[in-house]
Design a protein around this ligand. Structure first.
Ligand code: ATP
Ligand code: MG
Length: 412
C-alpha cells in the first residue's frame, strides 16, 4: 500500500482530471459508496471460486461480529448502492473512483491498495451502449496520448445456459488431459472450470488453446448482440481482436467482455477490463436490469503514460507565481497574493511565508519552479506598485500598477 506524495500526486491529478472530463463528456454521473461492505456481498457477486474471493480479500470481523471486507472492486458495491437508493427504476450512467484492496504479491503495477476508475451503466440492453462504453475508454487513451500502446480484446460469454453447455464440453476435454493440469486448475475442474481459461500458467494456456470454445455454444441472441457490437466498433473506427479465451476474473459477467491490454508494462498488461453483467442486479435482490461496466487501474495508467507519453507530466512546478517581500511590506504582500488570486483564479500563487533575506527568498522562488516572482518592498509600497521579475526568461524586470500587472500576467 503506497503513499502518494508530491511531485507524483500532481501526475495523478492530471490523469484523474482527464478521465473525469471524458466521463462528463459522455454524460456519466458520479456515485460514491463505502470502502467497506459485508463480506457476503463480494462472495455472492464475484464468486466463491475466484482469485479475489479465494485468496485476495481483506476480510475481518468487526466489533458486532459482522463479517466485513475492504472492497476489492467497485461493481458489487455500486449495484448494492443503486438498489438501496432506488436508482434503477430508470437507466443510469454512473462512474466512481477510489481505492480497492487485494492481498496480492506486490510488484510493478500490482499493489495491495490500488485505485480504479469505474463506470457502470444500468437499464440498457445494448449493444449500442456496449460500443459507447468502449468508445469512452478509447477516448481516454487518446486524451492521455497512449492510444498507440493499447489494444482491445473482445469476447462474448453468451448466457448462463450456453455457458452451462460449454462447461460440460470443457470438463470432458479437461478430464482427458487431467494429468497435465496444475493444482489450481484441478481444483477448478470440480468447482468452476470456466476459470481455468483465465489461468496465467503458460502450460495451462497451451492446453486451453485446443479446448472447446465458448463461442460454439453461444445462443443466437448473444451471437447477434456480439455481431452488432463489432459492427458499431467498425463504424466508430475502433480496432479490436476477438479473443475467445477471454473470460475475466469474476463470475458475474455475461455476453460482452473486454480488456484493454498493453505490452509496455511487463506482466501487468491489463489497464482496463469490463463487460456486461445482466444477471447481477436481480441476483442481489433488485429488479432484472441489464447492466455493464468497466474498471480501469489508475496506477497502471500512470505507469503507461510515464512510459509512452511522459510529456503529459512535464509541468512539475509547485507554483506559477512566487511572492517575495521586504520585511516592512510582509502584510501588504500577503494581501497582494490574495488580489492576484482574485483577479486570475487559474494561476497558482505561492506567498513566501516566514520572511528572510531577499537572497534566500529568491532561492526558494527559483526552487518552486515558478516563472514569475512578484516583489514588494518599501518603494513599491509607497508608489502602490509591484515589481515583477521573470525567473526563467531573459526579460527586463518591471515595476507596474496592480492593474497593469494582472493584464500582463493574463497575456503571458
Ligand atoms: P490482473 O489480471 O492483472 O490481476 P484483474 O483481472 O484482476 O487484473 P480487474 O479485477 O479486472 O483486474 O480490475 C480492473 C483493473 O484494475 C485491471 O485491469 C488493472 O488495471 C487494475 N488492477 C487490478 N488489480 C490490481 C492491483 N492489484 N494493483 C493495481 N492495479 C490493479
Ligand atoms: Mg487479479
Amino acid at each position: 500500500m503506497n503513499d502518494l506524495v508530491p511531485p507524483q500526486s500532481a501526475r495523478w491529478q492530471i490523469v484523474e482530471a482527464i478521465v473525469a472530463d471524458v466521463l462528463c463528456q459522455y454524460a456519466f454521473q458520479e456515485v460514491r459508496f463505502p470502502i467497506l461492505e459485508k463480506t457476503e456481498l463480494f462472495q455472492r457477486t464475484i464468486g466463491e471460486v475466484t482469485d479475489i474471493v479465494e485468496k485476495e480479500m481483506y476480510s475481518f470481523e468487526d466489533r458486532n461480529g459482522d463479517n466485513l471486507t475492504l472492497r476489492p472492486e467497485g461493481t458489487a458495491g455500486c449495484v448494492r448502492a443503486c438498489i438501496q437508493n432506488g436508482l434503477l427504476d430508470r437507466s443510469q450512467r454512473l462512474w466512481y473512483t477510489g481505492p480497492m484492496f487485494r492481498h496480492e504479491r506486490p510488484q510493478k503495477g500490482r499493489l495491495r491498495q490500488f485505485h480504479q476508475f469505474g463506470v457502470e451503466v444500468f437499464g440498457i440492453e445494448g449493444p449500442d451502449v456496449d460500443a459507447e462504453l468502449i468508445a469512452v475508454t478509447a477516448r481516454i487513451w487518446a486524451e492521455l496520448g497512449v492510444a498507440d500502446a493499447v489494444t482491445l480484446e473482445l469476447n462474448s460469454l453468451g448466457t448462463a445456459e450456453s455457458r452451462l453447455a460449454h462447461r460440460e464440453a470443457l470438463v470432458e476435454y479437461l478430464k482427458k488431459v487431467r494429468d497435465q493440469l496444475d493444482e489450481d486448475s484441478l481444483r477448478r475442474l470440480e468447482t468452476n472450470p470456466l476459470r481455468i481459461l483465465d489461468s496465467k500458467n503458460p502450460e495451462i494456456q497451451k492446453l486451453i488453446a485446443d479446448a472447446p470454445s465458448l463461442m460454439e455454444f453461444t445462443d443466437e441472441d448473444s451471437k447477434e448482440h456480439f455481431e452488432q457490437l463489432k459492427s458499431h466498433l467498425d463504424n466508430l473506427g475502433i480496432a479490436y481482436r476477438v479473443n475467445t479465451n477471454l473470460v475475466r476474473g469474476l463470475d458475474y459477467y455475461s455476453r460482452t467482455v473486454f480488456e484493454w491490454v498493453t505490452d509496455r508494462l511487463g506482466a501487468q498488461g491489463t489497464v482496463c477490463g469490463g463487460g456486461r453483467y445482466d444477471g447481477l442486479v436481480e441476483q442481489l435482490g433488485g429488479r432484472a436490469t441489464p447492466a455493464l461496466g468497466f474498471g480501469m487501474g489508475i496506477e497502471r495508467l500512470i505507469l503507461l503514460v510515464e512510459e509512452v507519453n511522459p510529456g503529459l507530466f512535464s509541468e512539475e512546478s509547485e507554483a506559477d507565481i512566487y511572492v517575495i517581500y521586504d520585511e516592512i511590506a510582509a502584510s501588504e504582500a500577503l494581501r497582494l497574493a490574495e488580489q492576484v488570486r482574485d483577479e486570475i483564479p487559474y494561476l497558482r500563487v505561492q506567498y513566501h511565508c516566514g520572511g528572510g533575506s531577499f537572497k534566500s527568498q529568491f532561492k526558494k522562488a527559483d526552487k518552486s519552479g515558478a516563472n514569475v516572482a512578484l516583489i514588494l518592498g518599501g518603494n513599491e509600497m509607497q508608489s502602490g506598485e509591484v515589481t515583477m521579475k521573470y525567473l526563467r526568461d531573459d526579460r527586463e524586470q518591471e515595476t507596474l500598477s496592480l492593474e497593469d500587472l494582472c493584464e500582463r500576467l493574463r497575456s503571458d
